[in-house]
Design a protein around this ligand. Structure first.
Ligand code: 6GP
Length: 831
């Protein structure tokens, strides 16, 4: 029998588990022959990359199998992280780090004449997310595995992830992201665990055998969901959890029906429609489009995942009544909020549970994270659209709403206005289902992603829900994984740190604090600076190769890398650039700290203003970078196609991190944490997690400017007039006039008019109000940069004090306060 095979023998015979450099090399060559079917003379870089990826995957699978076996045996309580986005970034390097074999493999490849850097460059990153929310989910998976927490990430396997960004004539152009075209060695399809989901149709009412009035869903479409699993290995642990992403297909039975009736094209059409569901990621960050396909995607992955979880529960012989004991589900924003209703439906319609019990299970299962304060991001679905796609769910929502409003009535008698405000249905005009309200009612915990954000949720966006359920609200400040964003992406700095304080900071980031004892150590400072300089030189080479712009690694690298959004105010930084340029034009001999301004980020394809800001950056760059008066003291660079790969190059090379959103708009930010961890100083507003970063690093090590949230609210309430600032600040007026005149657009005074007019007449993000304070602060930045010893000291202190912002800390907070889940140790018993 299978059991009889001696495991030890099998382990030793195989090339598939050994971690020493010789075994790794042998396994690599084996994979080149027997998986890729190539030998060195014919092998491409991609063949080598694939051979290495499979070599690493074998080591992952060993851990993955043992992890699954352990969880199955123990019936461990498990976190299910539901997210429409997982912005994982390339897997190869991260897995090498987490396996602890990066250096061996680099060495082994070098011995074969191959560069590990080049092989890593070959990997097409899975860009299955837009920005902050999707990347946070990826950092959380890394921390969950590192902390040995049984967990599953559930989402969608989009065939096309976030578009690739090209720049043509200064404008953003989108290209489809064909990330799967060269194959994906990190995933394993699990067709045997496919599930079916229903869509559309109508409901029928009937009385069951026990005389109960019931409803049944008669769909008009059935779609199959096929899971693809990617192992997620923790750092220096055997725990390998699972990211399970769903692909949509037409069920065979459907094909056959049309096919047998001779309607071949009809059958193929049906298949095509079904497969559209997981075709493409919606490219909007922090805004909702209200499209039917998007709701279909949300329901699709949520229904697949919940059915999968019920299968797992049954597989472990646990009763359905224990669903909430087996699983804690985190809703990553409202995108998966339909789960609340879908779980109710599965329990009531499929498993004949009564309402009370189903509701208890449901609301003890779910917890909801809100990621934004922007009104345009709050998801609402027109009742019509909702009911035509999910007729049974609409009925259930009405029932949930009725019971909920009864509760509100009892807690707040005679407050009709409050009932209208809180209802799951918006009835002020066209009727909508309010997904945030559904998430709040259906969850036992609600959290924001930074202290200020949670406070604003309680005071403002979700105030009624806070008054109704104060006990549900907690803050969970975001964090980032130091494995990818330090150990992997900034290996030199990581090694320097380890040489001073040992390597336990990688799992316990608070230990970075010990660096403070070296802050005035001249030798350490020199090393610190040398490494920053090295990273800047590497980025300079990248810029030379990609943008054909020569930048000076001695200049101050001033970087803003994030999605393009008016509230993030990339154009405030532009006003600074134009101001410095104007100062030079007025006095070419002016004493100025040389700076390289670097921007990276994508704009939603339908977001005109964001795209115009990208065009303006490139236009200003074209003038500034060439003007001989500037003498190279200012350079403006737009790096196209900002993604995780590029981010990993950028963070280590930054001197100054731009975190300049209008106060009260950025929920948290996570780039702000990655920059500071890599020793960049922050110029920022009191927004999102900046507040906490400043608290940690000390106000003397943070460049603060701008209005506070209260001041912004106050100005807005009392009639803000941006034009007044324009007329009273000569430098601001000159900057705006230059842009408006066509100076940066070859005389075309129309091109940037929409932007200029908006700033002069609306300026809803208060650029003009913050301009003077921003410029003054930037002048201070320039002055401090001249004192390299002082700057380096501040840089070291920033990194040393970032301990709080590890995603390990965030995950520990979630585990303790919301999920009530404990680590499970995994031992390697099988190979
Ligand atoms: C983002 C927030 O804008 C950002 O501030 C935060 O750091 C990040 O989420 C992670 O919490 N929000 C989104 O990306 C989004 O789409 C609906 O929100």
């Amino acid at each position: 029998s299978l059991d009889a095979i001696d495991l030890q023998d099998r382990c030793e015979l195989s090339n598939r588990t050994g971690m020493d450099s010789e075994t790794l090399k042998r396994a690599f060559l084996n994979n080149l022959f027997y998986v890729q079917g190539k030998f060195p003379a014919l092998a491409t870089t991609n063949d080598y990359y694939m051979a290495l990826a499979y070599t690493v995957r074998d080591r992952l699978l060993q851990r993955w199998i043992n992890t699954a076996a352990t969880y199955t045996e123990l019936g461990s309580r498990t976190v299910a992280y539901f997210s429409a986005e997982f912005l994982m970034g390339p897997h190869l390097g991260n897995n090498l780090i987490n396996l602890g074999i990066y250096d061996q493999v680099e060495q082994g490849m070098a011995e074969l004449g191959l560069s590990l850097d080049e092989l890593q460059e070959e990997e097409e990153e899975p860009g299955l997310g837009n920005g902050g929310l999707g990347r946070l989910a990826a950092c959380y998976l890394d921390s969950l595995a590192t902390l040995d927490i049984p967990s599953l990430g559930y989402g969608i396997r989009y065939e096309f992830g976030i578009f690739d960004q090209d720049i043509r004539d200064g404008w953003q152009v989108e290209r489809t992201d064909k990330w799967l075209s060269a194959g994906n060695p990190w995933e394993i399809a699990r067709p045997e665990w496919s599930v079916e989901i229903k869509l559309g149709g109508h409901t029928e009412h009937y009385t069951d055998d026990h005389g109960n009035y019931r409803s049944r869903w008669v769909p008009d479409q059935v779609v199959k969901g096929i899971p693809y699993d990617t192992p997620i290995l923790g750092y220096q642990t055997n725990t390998a959890n699972t990211l399970r992403l769903w692909t949509a297909e037409a069920p065979e039975s459907f094909d056959f029906r049309s096919f047998n009736s001779g309607d071949y094209l009809g059958a193929v059409y049906e298949k095509m429609i079904s497969e559209n569901i997981s075709k493409v990621l919606y490219p909007n960050d922090d805004s909702s489009q209200g499209k039917q396909l998007r709701l279909t995607q949300q329901f699709f992955f949520v229904s697949c995942s919940l059915q999968d979880m019920i299968r797992i529960l049954h597989g472990q012989n646990l009763p359905l009544e224990n669903f909430h004991k087996k699983f804690a589900v985190q809703l990553n924003d409202t995108h998966p909020a339909i789960s609340v209703v879908e779980l109710m439906r599965l329990l009531i319609d499929h498993h004949q549970m009564d309402w009370e019990q189903a509701w208890t299970i449901t609301h003890q299962t779910f917890a909801y994270t809100n990621h934004t304060l922007l009104p345009e991001a709050l998801e609402r679905w027109p009742i019509e659209l909702f009911g035509s796609l999910l007729p049974r769910h609409l009925e259930l929502i009405y029932e949930i709403n009725q019971r909920f409003l009864d509760e509100v009535r009892i807690k707040f008698p005679d407050d009709e206005e409050r009932m209208i405000r809180m209802s799951l249905i918006d009835e002020s005009g066209e009727r909508y289902v309010r997904m945030a309200h559904l998430a709040c009612v259906g969850s036992h915990a609600i959290n924001g992603v930074a202290a200020l954000h949670t406070e604003l949720l309680q005071k403002d966006v979700l105030r009624d829900f806070y008054e109704m359920y104060p006990h549900k609200f907690t803050n969970k400040t975001n964090g980032v994984t130091p494995r990818r964003f330090m150990v992997l992406s900034n290996s030199q700095l990581s090694k320097l740190i380890t040489s001073k304080i040992g390597d336990s900071w990688i799992k316990n980031l608070k230990e970075l604090q010990q660096l403070e004892q070296f802050v005035d150590d001249a030798g350490f400072q020199v090393e610190w600076r040398r490494i920053k300089q090295h990273s800047k030189t590497e980025l300079a080479t990248y810029i030379q190769n990609n943008n054909n712009i020569t930048v000076d690694p001695d200049s101050l690298f001033d970087i803003q890398a994030k999605r393009f959004h008016e509230y993030k105010r990339q154009h405030l930084s532009l006003l600074h650039i134009v101001t410095l340029y104007n100062r030079i034009k007025a006095n070419p001999d002016i004493e100025i700290t040389p700076r390289t301004f670097i921007f990276g980020g994508k704009a939603a394809p339908g977001y005109f203003m964001a795209k115009l800001i990208i065009k303006l950056i490139n236009s200003v760059g074209n003038v500034v970078n060439r003007d001989p008066d500037v003498r190279g003291r200012l350079k403006v660079v737009f790096l196209k196609d900002y993604n995780v790969k590029l981010a990993q190059r950028i963070y280590p090379a930054a001197d100054l991190s731009e975190q300049i959103s209008t106060a009260g708009k950025e929920a948290s930010g996570t780039g702000n944490m990655k920059f500071a961890l890599n020793g960049a100083l922050t110029i920022g507003t009191l927004d999102g997690a900046n507040v906490e970063i400043r608290e940690e690093v000390g106000e003397e090590n943070f460049f603060l400017f701008g209005l506070t949230t209260e001041e912004v609210y106050h100005k807005r309430a009392h009639g803000y007039r941006s034009r007044d600032y324009y007329h009273t600040n000569a430098e601001l007026k000159l900057a705006i006039d230059r842009i408006a005149s066509g100076f940066f657009s070859q005389g075309d005074a129309e091109l940037f008019r929409p932007l200029v007019d908006d700033l002069l007449n609306q300026d809803q993000y208060f650029l003009f109000a913050d301009y003077a304070s921003y410029i003054a602060c930037q002048d201070q930045v320039a002055a401090v940069y001249k004192d390299q010893t002082k700057w380096t000291r501040m840089s070291i202190l920033n990194a040393a004090r970032m301990g709080k912002f590890s995603s390990d800390r965030s995950i520990e907070d979630y585990c303790r306060d919301i999920w009530k889940v404990e680590p499970v140790n995994v031992e390697l018993r099988q190979c």
